[in-house]
Design a protein around this ligand. Structure first.
Ligand SMILES: Cc1cc2nc3c(=O)[nH]c(=O)nc-3n(C[C@H](O)[C@H](O)[C@H](O)COP(=O)(O)OP(=O)(O)OC[C@H]3O[C@@H](n4cnc5c(N)ncnc54)[C@H](O)[C@@H]3O)c2cc1C
Length: 426
């Protein structure tokens, strides 16, 4: 049986960031990831300007930018007759006036590689958590199936569930969920980028009456999302890829022969858009964050950013408590996790309310065959300073706190006996 200061379950953006921060502040942390690698396609890849500034404060922004990436300087809505630059990120940050789109495997590989240089950090890949260890009403650790098939136990005063939208830790902890209802699902696919492609803004939405496709500019590819009303996947499957290819050809004719390879419906990846709220994110010894605590719709592209901002806040808070007086540890964790939930819930609730409104509106317009954005967004696009205000506000809504002095001053440069088990790549 192992022991550590904090067990983080799930090596997505939320879990990897939190584990890195705790290790950087000198705490012992074990990160358990169910998969054998970080390879994922079609995940939130868009780092918001305030997240880039936060990475910069930690000395990581240049390393992120050294990896394959693209930038998005605005969100633009293209109807068949006009283009509306609705949110312009030009004023969102002095150094990073754009979103940075970096594939999640690159981002997670970088974070865990840097964390592995820190003495308190341990990463175990192919480690699937399936049980909580509980004593006297508190969670005291987890049991997980390791890569060799053995069930192992690890104990800690705090377990953090950062295991995503279908969180097993959330289920094991008995947290209820409330679906706020989502109106849209997305079918993702990708095609290569080529020199000579038109310079889109990076986050582009192309509508026609009754349908829409979103285009995200990645490093070497365009990630394209065909939007369907929730509950219509059976009809979409029946219709096959024909309508998807036809819409993409109609709105982005320059894709040309790159769409020829899209012939089977199975080549599309479905994202069931969900907006899920939990009555509580914490019970003694167990905290949830990121998608495990609040599933966010991809509308606004902030799922990854809110998960990172949750982890940034938790990192600051928990680094202080876990480094404090052991006699007060349980009480300190209870108080800190409760306060964390209040701060971060304000952010995710606000984002989710806006997403529910926006999705209902988009769905209504799609059903009515109206390809235009709502009037207020058209007005924003007509006045560039307003569009810049909208962009700055949307980006800052994630509420990421600056790294604490403990996180900044920790043993960042120490190379020690950290361990990584399993074939994760750095
Ligand atoms: C298909 C798809 C497309 C998306 N597109 C967008 C987008 O365009 N824009 C956007 O903003 N967001 C998008 N998202 C959402 C975005 O990816 C998430 O909001 C973000 O990754 C949340 O980070 P997280 O760390 O909370 O959880 P996740 O990234 O989901 O990470 C959870 C991790 O936990 C691991 N895990 C799960 N169960 C266990 C277990 N029992 N034991 C150990 N480990 C476990 C998983 O393997 C995973 O690595 C998309 C999501 C999906 C699924």
């Amino acid at each position: 049986m192992d022991e550590t200061d904090c067990v983080v379950v799930g090596g997505g953006p939320g879990g990897a960031v939190l584990a890195y921060l705790l290790a950087r502040a000198g705490r012992r942390v074990t990160l358990l990831e169910a998969r054998s690698d970080f390879a994922r396609r079609f995940r939130g890849d868009s780092l918001a300007p305030p997240v880039m500034e936060w990475l910069d404060a930690l000395g990581l922004a240049d390393e992120v930018l050294a990896r394959p990436h693209a930038t998005a300087d605005a969100f633009t809505w293209h109807t068949p007759t006009a283009a509306y630059r609705i949110a312009d990120y030009g004023s969102a940050s002095r150094r990073f006036p754009h979103y940075v789109l970096v594939p999640q495997p690159e981002f997670l590989g970088l974070l865990t590689a840097r964390a592995a240089e820190l003495p308190g950090f341990r990463l175990e890949m192919s480690a699937r958590v399936n049980e909580l260890v509980e004593e006297d009403g508190r969670v005291r650790g987890v049991r997980y199936r390791a890569a060799d098939g053995e069930v192992r136990e690890i104990r800690a005063p705090l377990v953090v569930g950062a295991d995503g939208r279908f969180s097993q830790v959330r289920r094991l902890g008995g947290f209820g969920t409330e679906e706020l209802g989502a109106g849209l699902d997305i079918l993702w696919f990708e095609v290569p980028r080529r020199d000579g492609d038109p310079p889109l803004s990076g986050l582009d939405y192309f509508s026609v009456p009754g349908a829409a496709v979103v285009a995200l500019g990645q490093g070497a590819t365009w990630q394209l999302g065909y939007i369907i009303p929730t509950g219509t996947i059976a009809q979409a499957r029946e219709a096959g890829v024909g309508p998807v290819v036809a819409l993409a050809r109609d709105r982005m004719p320059w894709l040309g022969d790159r769409l020829d390879g899209l012939t089977e419906f199975t080549q599309l990846t479905l994202l069931n858009v969900r907006i899920t709220r939990l009555p509580s994110w914490y019970r003694p010894g167990l905290l949830l964050l990121g998608d495990a605590a609040h599933v966010i719709s991809p509308v606004g592209g902030n799922g990854i950013n809110i998960a990172i901002a949750d982890a940034a806040d938790a990192g600051n808070t928990l680094a202080a408590v876990l480094g404090g007086d052991p006699a007060d540890l349980d009480a300190g964790l209870d108080a800190a996790c409760g306060e964390f939930e209040v701060r971060r819930r304000a952010v995710s609730d606000r984002e989710q309310r806006a997403q529910v409104r926006s999705e209902r509106g988009s769905l209504d317009r799609m059903r009515r065959g109206d390809p235009d954005p709502v009037r207020i967004l058209k007005l924003a696009a007509a006045f560039p300073p307003v569009a810049r205000w909208v962009g700055a506000r949307a980006a800052s809504a994630i509420g990421i706190p600056a790294p604490s002095t403990q996180v900044l001053a920790g043993p960042a440069s120490v190379t020690g006996p950290a361990s990584v088990t399993g074939p994760a790549s750095g």
